[in-house]
Design a binder for this molecule. Structure first.
Ligand code: Z5A
Length: 213
């Protein structure tokens, strides 16, 4: 019987301006150099429909968006993303690298907005079934430094308009999740120079590749 090819699912997370976009390309190239087929994607988004939901979620507007509406739209986009991008790629043996996934919901909607974590867990189970990332690189950085980096780059979206205290709660929630699941998470010190950040990423990925599947 021929051996079943197995795709792997990796995610990159962190608060604003930690350098996810900057470093995710580096990560993809690292894997492609090893002959791995990589699908680079992001959340919210990743398919045309989910990208439309992203636009709805990120555009600043006068109308207050309820916490439940925001939470459900995040999972609606995720359901579409999983069905049309993530599962098909994993099934053909490709590696999927997602710029944010459900840890972001626990951090932003849970930590930041104060949504009950149990409600998020229920939606996680409903939408993902058994699907979960195997390695999550958490780029960790002082919130103020990240916000400075992000604001130098573009006008603030609906989330970036939040106050510093919101992002402090988001960062704490991420670090808590990493502490609860040290096998899956690698915490990357994103305050260092780009070279040193990428060195940490390379080390984490090498360790991951050396683990038995
Ligand atoms: N969200 C949510 O609430 N719930 C969910 O479930 C999900 C998402 C999935 C969109 O995410 C928003 O959706 C997000 C959370 C929410 N909140 N916001 N806003 P996003 O990932 O698209 O947006 P983002 O977090 O704002 O990402 P970003 O602004 O693109 O940041 P980044 O990718 O981490 O940073 P970057 O663009 O790579 O770097 C920022 C700048 O810093 C740039 O000029 C770099 O050149 C510079 N940089 C990067 N690394 C370094 C180092 N090491 N030294 C110095 N300068 C550096």
């Amino acid at each position: 019987m021929s051996e079943q090819k197995k795709g792997r699912f990796l995610t990159v997370e962190g608060t604003e301006g930690v350098g996810k976009s900057t470093n995710i390309e580096f990560l993809c190239n690292l894997l492609r150099e090893r002959g791995i087929e990589v699908v680079l994607t992001r959340e919210p988004g990743g398919t045309p429909f989910a990208e439309e939901l992203r636009e709805l979620l990120l555009t600043p507007r006068e109308e207050q968006i309820s916490q439940d509406a925001e939470l459900l739209l995040m999972f609606a986009a995720r359901a579409q993303h999983i069905a049309h991008v993530i599962r098909p790629a994993l099934e053909r043996g490709a590696w999927v690298i997602s710029d944010r996934f459900t840890d972001a919901t626990f951090a932003y909607q849970g930590g930041g907005r104060g949504v009950d974590l149990h409600e998020i867990e229920i939606l996680e189970k409903l939408v993902q079934k058994e699907l979960a990332p195997e390695l999550t690189l958490l780029l960790d950085l002082d919130v103020e430094v990240g916000l400075r980096r992000a604001s130098a780059r573009s006008a603030p979206d609906r989330f970036e308009q939040e106050k510093k205290a919101f992002f402090e709660r988001v960062r704490t929630a991420y670090l808590q999740r990493a502490a609860n699941d040290p096998q899956r998470f690698a915490i990357i010190d994103a305050s260092q120079t780009l070279d040193l950040v990428q060195q940490q990423i390379a080390e984490s990925v090498t360790r991951f590749l050396e683990q038995p599947v």
